[in-house]
Design a protein around this ligand. Sequence first.
Ligand code: ADP
Ligand code: MG
Length: 407
Amino acid sequence: MRFGIHTLDEVSVKGKVILCRVDINQPVDRATDSLKSTHRIEACVPTVEELLEGGGRVVLLAHQGSDIEYKNYYTTRPHALVLSRLLGREVKWIEDVCGPLARQAIRELKDGEALLLDNVRFCAEEQTLFEKNLKLTHAQQAQTQVVSKLAPLADLYVCDAFAAAHRDQPSLCGFEQLLPSCMGRLFEKEYCVISQLMQSPQRPCVFVLGGAKVADAFLMMETVLKGGAADQVLTGGLVGNILLAAKGEDIGQASLDFIRKEGYQEFIQSSQALLERYGDKIQLPTDLVYVQGCAMDIGPNTAAAYQRAIRAAKTVFVNGPMGVFEKPETEAGTRMVWDALADTQAFTVVGGGDSVTATKKYGKTQDIGYLCTGGGALIRFLTGEELPVVRALRHAAQVFPLGGDRP
Ligand code: ADP
Ligand code: MG
């Protein structure tokens, strides 16, 4: 038991039907019926491998995209191919989530075999709209189609989807009401790294916050400054621009217009209080790179100062690039910060989709202490909220002692 949740160390999986929820949601290339990245699939391989090696009958549940980001809303068939290649054994796939075909395929599984079901979000109850508008309790989630049809066929639920742990949805929080449950290896690892970072980081502990998810970045900044985890916050990207504007610095009319257009005007006011209270800990860019009057990257002096801070730190957490790193004229700031991340002695954690992309682009994957699969979950975790999936797994640990018979 760790964090009040059962781990894979406590279960025997031989001959058991295991529902294993993973987060292998990736950008899709519809034209070639393939995935543009396989980072998250690679990350869940150790758990799946362990379950198969132990003789489990593994049923994988996953989502791919959603109704609101329709371009990525897709079947999980390409994921099964990637998984098969990575595992070096066939992962079966079925064009069904919890209907008769899926249930038959589950019944036919043998020890050491794996089956990936189709996109769980093809079931409406798994959609964000349902989550937000209906706010089903966890007990109600147990009555949804996917949970009520699949749980009776299974002996154990394993959640390895830390990246989706902030989602209050049936395939994530419903099975824990009916089945003995535990977290997978990736979930456990990400939970450990992040709680360590929050509770007892090696100091100095530096947070580098940039990018364009402004609301999340400010929430996180406030949390780590209030809670004392951060000794220093280095800011860049749109987040840095907003803080500069809050301080009354001139960032150019085009930058201000962009902030207004994106709907972040209110943060210029609200971040003033943050600056007054923690001004000594928050570092702002001292120079910027402009494209058509708009500030799109931190300048060379700022990047050099951030490099020094990162190299002097013992722990560094990064979320969000320093500029529009996708374009060559505004990538230098991000590249320089990532150079320092690669050669600092500090323990480094990088989280967020675009930040992981930057890490790959600059060839630093091997040099980062921990690349976190979760964006939203990570941010919500850092704000101190108990994540819905964590709550559900803790509930299961109390109701279903592992090793016991099914109720
Ligand atoms: P992550 O995915 O790592 O959490 P975000 O999604 O918050 O990061 O931010 C990444 C995006 O922010 C990138 O697409 C980048 O182009 C954009 N960005 C960075 N700096 C700026 C800036 N100064 N103005 C506008 N967009 C920016
Ligand atoms: Mg992003």
